[in-house]
Design a protein around this ligand. Structure first.
Ligand code: COA
Length: 149
């Protein structure tokens, strides 16, 4: 099992995984295909036997990396795969000295627990942010003093 950069040959699997997890709210095939060739995005996946089990897409700005999509394939959840990808991204952000942020639906308890356990803290809320009226929680990864160099 390896963490690899998502390349155009993985587009089909990425689209399937996104649609399986986000349904109507998934990015379209065109959007995902554009994103994986756009240098502003960091797109990584956990691959085993050439199969994509989990992916993480983040967009980078001058001082921040923002996780914009993360999902794990049905049948492979709760095995620590998303954790591996997020930890990889935390290490990258520490190395390039950028903050790591994300936004999550307030009803997505599974994802919120995962982020909190990995050191993300809520800094802000946007009410009525999503199409279904749910609130967005804006979270940032906080490096504990004991982990700083
Ligand atoms: C949220 C999501 C990406 C998490 O993916 P995942 O690969 O199942 O995540 P992990 O396995 O790393 O972590 C899930 C839980 O399993 C636990 N876990 C980690 N390794 C484990 C292992 N080896 N065995 C059992 N459980 C384990 C984690 O501690 C975590 O528990 P926590 O929620 O109490 O922190 C996944 O549920 C998903 O695809 N959801 C739909 C899309 C979505 O909502 N994305 C987020 C939008 S912001």
């Amino acid at each position: 099992m390896q963490i690899r950069k998502i390349k155009p040959q993985h587009a089909k699997e990425l689209i399937e995984l996104s649609q399986q997890n986000f349904g109507d709210e998934s990015w379209t095939e065109k959007q995902l295909t554009d994103i994986i060739t756009d240098d502003n995005y960091i797109c990584i996946a956990l691959i085993e036997d050439e199969k994509m089990l989990s992916y993480l897409i983040a967009v980078q700005s001058l001082d921040d990396v923002n996780i914009v999509s993360i999902a794990t394939k049905e049948g492979h959840k709760n095995k620590g795969y998303a954790t591996k990808l997020i930890k990889w991204m935390i290490a990258l952000c520490q190395y390039v000295e950028k903050t790591l942020s994300l936004e999550v639906k307030s009803k997505n308890i599974t994802a919120i627990n995962l982020y909190q356990n990995l050191g993300f803290e809520k800094v802000h809320e946007r009410k009525n942010y999503y199409r279904d009226g749910d609130t967005a929680l804006i979270m940032f990864h906080v490096t504990k003093d004991s982990q700083k160099a």
